[in-house]
Design a binder for this molecule. Sequence first.
Ligand SMILES: Nc1nc2c(ncn2[C@@H]2O[C@H](COP(=O)(O)OP(=O)(O)OP(=O)(O)O)[C@@H](O)[C@H]2O)c(=O)[nH]1
Length: 556
Amino acid sequence: MSGDRASPPADLGGKAFYMFVGNWVALATLIPMVIAGLMLSFLFIDRAEQDDMADLQRIVGGVARGMDAYLDSNIVIASSVAEAVHLYSGPNPGVSRSLPELIVSQRETVLSITITDAEGAIISASPGGARPASDLPELSRQSPARFSTLRQPAGGDAQLGVTVPIRDAADVYSGAVHLEFSLAPLIALGREIGGQDMDLRLLDAAGHEVALSAHVATSAVPESVLLADRTLSNGFVVSGRRYVQTVELREWNEYAVAACLLLLASMVSWLVAQAVAHRVTKPLAGLARDLADLNLEGGQHQLDVPDDAPREIRALFGEFNALLRRLDLSYGQLRESLEEAKLLRRRMEHVIDERDAIISKRTADLQSRTAQLERANSALQRVAMEDALTGLANRRAFDEFLALVWRLSLREHVPVSLILIDIDCFKSYNDHLGHQAGDDCLRQVAHAMRSLAKRPLDLVARYGGEEFAIVLGRTDLADAADIAQMVRRAVESMRIDHAAGGINGIVTISLGVASMLPDETAEADDLIAMADNNLYAAKDRGRNRVEFEFPTAPES
Ligand SMILES: Nc1nc2c(ncn2[C@@H]2O[C@H](COP(=O)(O)OP(=O)(O)OP(=O)(O)O)[C@@H](O)[C@H]2O)c(=O)[nH]1
C-alpha cells in the first residue's frame, strides 16, 4: 500500500455542503413554523369571532332586559295616571286636568300625557304634548295596555306611546291615558355599550324599526356582520348587529407585525440551521480530513470520535473505526501473503535457474546426439545408397533415380537415355589375376565413368557384378551415344592389362545405349530392356563397342 494521501473531498465539510445542510435545515424549521403560525392565527380568528358573538349576545340580552324594565316603568306611570283619574274623577276632577302636566314636568323621559274619555274625546293633556284624538290608537275594552309607534318628530329622539284604559268602580271602561316617552336614554345606553363596531335596534311586533343606535352602518362597508336578537315580553324585539371589518389582518400595522414575526421566525430558523449545520458538517469535515490523512502502512488506526458530535455522527465514526480495524487486519494478512509470495518467488526463481541449467545441458546433449544421429543417418543413407566397392550409386539408388528422372521427363516431355556397360571377358581376368585384381579393375573403370557424367540429372551406378549403368536425364539418343563412346575410349585409354584374354590384351567394355520420350504407355523397364538388348548386340558384334538403335520411322 502506498503512502499517497488523497485530498479530502471538496463537497464534504466544505462551504457548499455546509450551505446545503443549513438551507435544508432552515427550510425544514421555517415551514413548520409558518404552518403553525397560520393554524394559530386561524384558531385565534375563529376564537375572536366566537368572542365577538358572545359579547354581542350578552349586550343584546342586557339591553333587552333594560328595555323591558323601561317599557314596564312607562306602563306603570300611565297606569298610575289612569288610577288617579279613576279615583279623583268624582271628588276632584281637577286632578285629571293637572296630572299630565305634573308628571311630564317631573319625569324627563315622559314627553306627553293625554287623557281621553270613553268616546275618545280629550279630557286633558300635558302642554305641547296633546295630540289629536285621531292620532291616538284605538284601545279595546279588554286591552290592559297598548304600545304604539307614534309619528316621529322631525330631528327628534325616537319615542313610543303607551295607552292604558281607565276603569270606573264597576270596572267599566271610561277612558284612556296616552303616554309618550322618549327612547333616547336607551339609545345612548346602546351606543355606549355597543361601542364603535355595533348598533342596536328596537323593532316592534310587526318588525318595523322603532329606534336605532347606529354608529358604523352608514360609514363603513363591513366584511361580515354578526346578528343577535332578543324578543321582549310585550312583543318588541331588540336586535344587535356587530360589524367585523376583516377576519384576518385589519390594519397596516398588523401586516407589519406579521412581517416582523415572519422575519423573526426566519432568523430563528436560520440560526437553528446554522447550529445544526455546524454540528453536522464540522465532524464530517474532520472525518474527511482524517480519512484523507490515513496511511495504511502505519499499522493500527483509530479515528478520534468528537465528543460534541451528534449521536449519529459518533455512530458513523464508530463504523469507520470498525472498518479500519478490518482493513488493518486485511492489510496485515495481505502483507504476510506478499512476503510469502516473495519468498516463494525467490525459491521458484532458484528452482527455475536449476531447471534452466539442466535443460541447457540436456539441450546441448540433445544437440550433440542429434548431430551424431544425423551423421550416422547420413552415413547409413550413404551405405544404403552407395556401392561399397566402387563408391558409385548402388542398384537401389539406380532404381529410385531412374524412376525419378522418368517422371520428370514425362512431365517435361524431354527424352531420357540409359547406357548399360559390361566389362569384356572379366571372368578370365578374375581367373588369371585373382578376385582382388578384379576388384581393383572394377574401381578403375568406375572412376573413369564417374568423371564423364557429372550433370545434375546424370547418375553413374554399379548395376550388378561387373555391369554398370549411366542414367542421362534430358538427353537424347545421339548425345547418349556420344557419351557412351567417350566412356568406352576412356576405359580403353587406361590400357589395363588383360593379357589372358582381353580384346587387344587390355580391359575393354561393351555399351548398349537406349533413349525414350516417356509417355503414358511406356515404362522405365522398357528403357532398361532396350539398353540391355543393345548391350548384348555389342557383345555379339565383337565387344569393345557401343550399340544403339535409332528408332525407324514408321512405314507409311
Ligand atoms: N573380382 C570380381 N569379379 C567379379 C565381381 N562380380 C562379378 N565378377 C566376375 O565377373 C565375371 C563375369 O563373367 P561373365 O559374365 O561370365 O563373362 P565375361 O567373362 O565377362 O565374358 P563376356 O561378358 O561375355 O565378355 C565372373 O567371373 C564373376 O565372378 C566382383 O565384384 N569382383
